[in-house]
Design a protein around this ligand. Structure first.
Ligand code: ADP
Ligand code: GLC
Length: 503
């Protein structure tokens, strides 16, 4: 659970709530209750940061049991929707920790299911996902049009394909509420066969290339990209990359056509969850000045946990990641013999692709004492790895923003990343120039090959040998500021433009 009390003090002058700009965020995940990746972290941190910037922000979420069981709920309305014979309950809660209000779409037939938010325990996506997330988009659009008589947003802000249909419903209903759609990952599209389009209760004309049609079927992400008034993604570099055929996942043409309303706003780090100075999950808390002591304690805990031996002259590398082609962990697996030959060690917390899971499990067997692997999801261990590792590797093929390299910077685990998306925007490679001007914070490589990755591992190992330089770069990494306040300022500017354009 998050800390009690408000995470960001609201300036007292802003209590005149009526005049505040109201923004409703629609999303499927919210840390700590529902999280499959960085989306959950962002949805937990951005609304409170926007509230601290003077906005009146609320959330709307699908009624997963993790939400319904977590906080006391008040019924707001019973809605007749196109997706259920009976009425759907709309309930509201005040989130513990942030104090932000969240609407929850309570419809057990859709959301009270085992497995992940999107898939059954066997890993297969639920066949009615289009209807499960159409309901979320439909309710978000209904809230934008006054479903809660006491609170109506000026702007609807939708995240990823799960909420992509909301701008389409607004358009279909002729609602004038402006909308923002944020792409956290273009690879997840919510694509379905054409035969299911009728289930969405949208006008037939929306099934068009100028609409939600996508390669003969339809995609919920395309609804967001086509109908929202403004598009954002989570880093400036990814905003440019997705307009190219190599990163556009079939949507680059649309994104180029909408380039004038597309921008990149970097994610931040939630300081209440990710600060080594006050992280209760570490054996010893530390700041910039006592990092050596704090990190040594965390490293010792990692060594015990993973049975690592033989600390050598090379770094302890770590990674905390989903195993998908995006993350490039196959490069790490292929480069592992080289990493070990240099005297490096590796701790890995990961889950996903079964071949990669088997590959890393075998590596842990083959290199006892040097490679430790935990397959699964473990929030506490993820913090320990950030603190105890010397370097966190993120060899992604593409990365919209990436949060683990931001956490690594704060925890003084120099990130070793591929130059793509948000990784390119947040990590400064260590070389003669950046060492001299004090900007170096990690290691960046270009080639999408095990050799390219290993060359960066070699450079990291060489720097590690020079303790004075390593400590200097670590200090620089730990003092880089990736705050949500900076991101919130940019979203507020974008909202202001939208409201003044539509007003
Ligand atoms: P993505 O959203 O693409 O997975 P990000 O770097 O933005 O990548 O966010 C990943 C988030 O999920 C981070 O908070 C990371 O710590 C967390 N995470 C990923 N894998 C695991 C795991 N196996 N156990 C615990 N946390 C994990
Ligand atoms: C996605 C992206 C990741 C990003 C996260 C939060 O899951 O893969 O790069 O940091 O969303 O925006």
């Amino acid at each position: 659970m998050l800390d009690d009390g408000f995470r960001y003090a609201l300036p007292i002058l802003r209590i005149g709530v009526r005049s505040l700009m109201r923004v409703l965020h629609a999303a499927a995940e919210l840390f700590p209750w529902v999280k499959t990746g960085g989306l959950g972290d962002v949805v937990a941190a951005l609304p409170p940061a926007l509230a601290a910037a003077g906005l009146d922000v609320r959330l709307v979420l699908p009624g997963f049991t993790a939400f319904l069981d977590a906080f006391p709920l008040t019924e707001i309305a019973r809605l007749r929707t196109p997706f259920a014979a009976g009425r759907v309950r709309l309930v509201r809660a005040q989130l513990p920790g942030s104090g932000v209000h969240a609407y929850v779409v309570d419809h057990p037939a859709f959301y009270d299911r085992p497995g992940s938010p999107y898939a059954a325990p066997d890993g297969h996506d639920w066949p009615d996902n289009h209807r499960r997330f159409a309901l979320l988009g439909w309710v978000a659009a209904a809230l934008a049009q006054g479903a809660d008589p006491d609170w109506r947003p000026d702007i609807l802000h939708c995240h990823d394909w799960h909420a992509g249909l909301a701008p389409a419903y607004l358009r279909a209903e002729g609602a004038a509420v402006p909308s923002v759609f944020t792409v956290h990952n273009l690879a997840y599209q919510g694509a379905f066969p054409a035969a299911l389009f009728a289930d969405l209760a949208l006008p037939a004309s929306f099934f068009s290339i100028d609409g939600i049609e996508f390669y003969g079927g339809f995609a919920l992400i395309k609804a967001g990209l086509f109908y929202a008034d403004r598009l954002t993604t989570v880093s400036p570099t990814y905003a440019s990359e997705i307009q190219t055929a190599s990163f556009g996942m079939g949507l680059d043409g649309l994104l180029r056509a909408r380039a004038d309303v597309l921008s990149g706003i970097l994610n931040g780090v939630d300081p209440l969850i990710w600060s080594p100075q006050n992280d209760p999950l570490l054996p010893l808390r530390y700041g910039v000045d006592d990092a050596a002591v704090g990190k040594a304690a965390a490293k010792a805990a990692l060594e015990r946990r993973f049975g690592l031996t033989g600390a050598g002259a090379a770094p302890l590398f770590g990674a905390v990641t989903r195993l998908t082609p995006q993350k490039g962990l196959d490069l790490l697996l292929a480069a592992l013999p080289g990493l070990i030959a240099l005297g490096g060690r590796l701790v890995l917390l990961c889950s996903g692709d079964s071949d990669l899971e088997a590959g890393f499990a075998a590596a842990a067997q083959n290199y006892p004492g040097q490679v430790g692997v935990v397959l699964g999801y473990d929030d506490a261990l993820s913090h320990l790895i950030m603190a105890g590792s010397d370097s966190i590797v993120v060899p992604s093929r593409f990365e919209p923003c990436g949060l683990t390299q931001l956490y690594a910077l704060r925890y003084g685990a120099l990130p070793l990343v591929r130059r793509t998306g948000g990784l390119a925007d947040t990590v400064v490679d260590t070389n003669r120039v950046t060492l001299a001007d004090g900007s170096a914070t990690g290691f960046v490589f270009d080639e999408e090959t095990p050799e390219g990755f290993l060359a960066a591992i070699r450079r990291a190992t060489a720097l590690y040998d020079d303790d004075v330089s390593w400590q200097r770069v670590m200090r620089q990494a730990m003092t880089r500021d990736f705050s949500w306040a900076a991101a919130a300022r940019q979203y507020v500017a974008l909202y202001r433009q939208l409201v003044s354009n539509s007003g």
